[in-house]
Design a binder for this molecule. Structure first.
Ligand code: FES
Length: 79
């Protein structure tokens, strides 16, 4: 099984704009749906893209303005 890396910006702007919630959502969604994917969740410092935040990187793709709906679609696409 491929391992995916999800990097969540924990800089103050992204954190305040939704990544605190996005992090909880990710952890719960993976657990509750028993997703058969191997993910490593890591936090990052500000990536200097605050104006498009909250910001999340999955593998080497970068996503802007991330919310629960976007995360759900991304996670489902990793299966
Ligand atoms: S705080 Fe996330 S890009 Fe700046």
């Amino acid at each position: 099984m491929n391992k995916h890396c999800i990097k969540i910006c924990m800089g103050s702007s992204c954190f305040a704009r939704g990544n605190m919630n996005n992090l909880n959502f990710l952890e719960n969604y993976i657990k509750e749906n028993n997703l058969d994917i191997n993910v490593e969740l890591v936090g990052s410092h500000c990536e200097n893209k605050c104006e498009n935040g909250p910001h999340v990187c999955i593998d080497d793709k970068s996503f802007d303005e991330v919310d629960e709906e976007k995360l759900k679609n991304i996670l489902e696409s990793l299966k």
